[in-house]
Design a protein around this ligand. Sequence first.
Ligand SMILES: C[S@@+](CC[C@H](N)C(=O)[O-])C[C@H]1O[C@@H](n2cnc3c(N)ncnc32)[C@H](O)[C@@H]1O
Length: 185
Amino acid sequence: MANDLTVFLGELFRRPTEVSAIAPSSPSVARKMTEGVENVDGPIVEIGPGTGSFTRAILDRGVAPERLTLMESNDRFCETLRERFPGVTVLNRPAQEIAQTGLKDVGAVISGVPVLARPQIQREVVGEAFKVMAPNGIFVQITYSPNTPIPDEMQARLGVMSVKRGTVWTNLPPARVFEFRAVQH
Ligand SMILES: C[S@@+](CC[C@H](N)C(=O)[O-])C[C@H]1O[C@@H](n2cnc3c(N)ncnc32)[C@H](O)[C@@H]1O
């Protein structure tokens, strides 16, 4: 089986806009992204898993594979994910289709999909995810920007608010993790 970096770089050359990173996320970022998933109820969805850095960390926290669904638009990454993570549901579908998967009351969405400076993706991916999430569900997003990857105005339109979990300086490049929740009325 090819290693993560080889598979990742191959797909970066094939689909640079979608992959949009120079290497898989480090284990430190994966730990920050997955903090607390062990306490979440209901299904967990990971979108944009790539070669599975966050997937491994979710499972390492004790989440049963049967509770985890991956949505990855890249067919080659999906093949790798199916080989590596038996029992996990791997959907070769864009995250924009999360509301058509039949999942509901989702406890957490862990997102590696690039959303920074992409308002249409923000609306279609984050907006759709909140339609299937439990009222107290969390949407966790990686970004390389020091600030929230979704501007305040868009957060207000989507009915969500964010807090920064932190920065992982040892990642290449340094990564930030933001957590979004629905605004409760
Ligand atoms: C920056 S890589 C992150 C990979 C992995 N999560 C990590 O951190 O190492 C972005 C991933 O999102 C996937 N992706 C991009 N747009 C997507 C979409 N709309 N739906 C699902 N996956 C998408 C890409 O194919 C790629 O695997």
